[in-house]
Structure formats: structure tokens, C-alpha cells
Design a protein around this ligand. Sequence first.
Ligand code: AMP
Ligand code: ZN
Length: 493
Amino acid sequence: MDPLYKQYPVHVEDSLRRSKELLTPVSEGRVGMYVCGPTVYSNVHLGNARTFTSFDFIFRYLSHLGYKVRYVRNITDAGHLENDADEGEDKIAKKARLEELEPMEIVQRYTVDFHKVMHQLNALPPSIEPTATGHIVEQIEMIQAIINSGWAYESNGSVYFDVNSYNHDGGTYGELSGRKMDELQAGSRALDGQDEKRNLADFALWKKASASHIMRWPSPWGIGFPGWHLECSAMSTKYLGEEFDIHGGGMDLKFPHHECEIAQNVATNGKKGAKYWMHANMLTLNGKRMSKSTGNTILPSELFNGDNPLLVKGFNPSVVRFFMMQAHYSSVLDFSNDALLAAEKGHQKLMSAWVKLQGLSSSKESTWNLQAWLDKCYLSLSDNFNSPILISHLFEAIKMINQSENQIPLEQSDLDVFIQKMDAFIFDILGLQLDEQGSSQSDALDKAMDLVITLRAKARENKDWNTADIIRDQLAAAGIKLKDGANGTSYEI
Ligand code: AMP
Ligand code: ZN
């Protein structure tokens, strides 16, 4: 039988061509996918987590279809400056200075946090997770190749990509982001270090390290460190080849990061790197992009514990993942407590139907058209990974499950396929998790706490302040805080 990817060929939205394209991998049956990973100088926020969850879902679906996927997602542990115009401190070095730690202590701490969050969200680990600092040699080689091609120049110990001469020779810098060269060159600010550049649009491949810069390596141009854009070109080429299939990242990385990556790739080997450039859309909070630099963020841990004034309670990570999957990866998604509560209801409905399905028996003949339903599900996923449409088809199946008393209108062989496919869609592809134990434990805890809160209220009614205080203090010692409010008492762990 043909692999599923032949039955349901995938179309992807390609940001470079600005159209939906049939995915035709460089090598039959295999997909190479590179996704820009986090800069590990702070805890990942929910927006970052959304982008990585979107690509995890894409990785899961491509693997499910039978592709052998090599998924490379890097860790940026050097070279990402505070400002896109190649100025400011290295983000990691700055944090290390402020906290009086080694840069690698910062990197370790936030890499661990990143992995923990992605594990909680049930994201699969990538096939390879290379670091920028582990690939300095490859980056220096790439800079040398770009200098040899004539599109980079050294200036005062730094090396810059010469955007003007590259475009003059037929390069297409600006193609991905739609920016014009004259826009790029018209900078009104006189920036630090910009006088080293021939043109404002030029970007750093290598930066000379000042005496105080702690992350530094020797190079043919002196002691310095690589530019941020270079690491992704060097590592994607090393692990996926000069031409591979998908390059992903958040929308905000289109410019300058991916624009620069494409130029570096072409200048090194004549190819753009990926055949398809995919961009995940932003998670917003109060209508504004969730962003570390503006402080407009929620941390996944706050969402899981309910430890944030915007939330009435904590949410199971699978509910958070379901909330993300209810939106298409290329649409903006606005975060709110109400949206999470609605996702929790939907998630619960889906999981209850899944549990009910296990207890249903088959019918003599199938009166529900399983194949038509399966085709709809696969076609929505193969149409640029449309998770919300898939979920709407799952809910159609849930309706049928919920209408079934003991018997489902499917004969045994169809019922077996149906259960197997529901399992694949819900757990393998959407990556949701059935938290029976967690939810029954939290139900039991809620009931026990209701009882304790009632007993304390009774004690207070009877002016038995001693008992009321003991209850409150002992709970506090166990890490449970009682909160007295206008609508009664609630608790927080
Ligand atoms: P950074 O660590 O800043 O390099 O970002 C890691 C990833 O998170 C990148 O792919 C960004 O595009 C993505 N990202 C940053 N902010 C958001 C957001 N508000 N919503 C979705 N993705 C985001
Ligand atoms: Zn990157």
C-alpha cells in the first residue's frame, strides 16, 4: 500500500513564494526540517511555546504520514545581540553580567527550563538540537566562503555581509520580507559601530569582541563572536544539506533573521537553504504581541499553576495545547482566561467521548461513513496543517459517539479502524494527553478542600478562632493558601 503521504499529499504555505505549494521533498520519503530555537537567556514565554508547539504538531503529522523526518531545532547560546542593528550587548552575556554568573550557567538554566516546558506541553524532542557555541568552526568556515564569493568585507576586526553588492550581482535580499533596498538603507539614527559598515543594510557575520565582552573566540579576523543569523545557516547546512525541505520559525523572524539566512546560504553555495519557508503566527495578550522585551508575557508555568492575576485557576498543559491547536498555526491567537476556560470544556468533551468510545460495541453494519470522515480529516491536515478544521471533524465524530447508547453505527472492522484513527489524531498528531489520574486527583482534592473550608467557616461562626487559625496555618505549612473573598473562601497551591 502507498504511504499515507501519497494518498494525502501535503501542501504548505510558503512565505517566500507567498503561495500554497505541494510539498515535494528533496529526497523521496524524507523531510528535512529546521526550526530556529530559543535564545536561552530567560524563561520561554507562552508565545515562544506556541511557535515550538506548532512545529511539533507539523513534525508529528509529517512523521505520521510515513515521512522519515529529520527535525533540527537549535539552541541560540551566543551571538544574539540586544538590537537587530548589530548593536548592544549579547543577550546571554548581559544576563550573566547582571546575575554574576558564567554565561554557560545562564544557558544551562534556561535550556533546562525550555526542555521542561516543552516536555509538559508534550512536544517531542527534535532529532538534533545543535548549539551555536558548538559550531563556531563551521560558522568561521562559512564567513570565509562568503568573503571568497566577494559579498562580505572585513572592517576593524568585524566582518559584514555586503547587501548592496550582493543584490547588484542578482541577489534578492528583501524578497522574503518584501522590503526594498532604499527603505533598508534609509536609517536616520547614527548607530554605534555603523560607521564600520559600508551601508546601513549590511549585517554582521562576525563581531569584534570588546575587552569586556565575555563570550569570545579566535578567528582569522581577531577575537570576536559570530553574528546571530549565521549560526542557523551553518547548522542547517551541516545537518540537512545545502538544500533541504522546510525552514520554520515565528513570523517575527522573517526579517532580519531569515532574510539574512537566505542571503548567507546563497552567498556560500548558490542555494537558498530550504525549499519552503514557513512562519507561525504570534500569540497576543491584550491584543499585543507577547514579547519579553515589553514585559507583555505569561509564563507556561504560571498558566499551569494559575499563578498569575489574569487567571482564575491553573490549566492542565494538555488543555493549553488544545487551546493552541484550536487556532491555525498561521493565525494570530489571543490569550485570555475565558479562551482557556472554553478550551478546557472542549478538551473535556473530547476526552470523555474518547473514554466512552472504548466501551461501545459494534453494529451489524456500518451506517456512518467512516471513509468519508477519514478523508476529511486527512485532507484538512494535508491542507497546510489545518488543526482547527481537523478538530471540527473530530467534534462531528464526538456527536456520533455521544448519540450512541451502547452500540456505535460501525461494524467491528470499521470500529477498530475508527478507534485507531481517533487515537492517532488526538494523541499522536495533536499531541494531547488524557490526564485521568491528574483530573481525578484534582477532583478529589477540590472535594476535600471544600470540606476543610466548610469546617473552618463553621469554627469561625462559633467564634472558635483557635481551630480556624490552626486550619489556616497547617494548610499554609503544607503549601496551600486560603483566600477569603467576597464570594467565600478559595484556595491556591
Ligand atoms: P527567541 O527566543 O526570541 O529567538 O524566540 C523563539 C521563538 O519564539 C521564535 O521562533 C519567535 O518567532 C517565537 N516567538 C516570539 N514571540 C512570540 C509570540 N508572541 N508568539 C508566537 N511566537 C513567538
Ligand atoms: Zn534561526
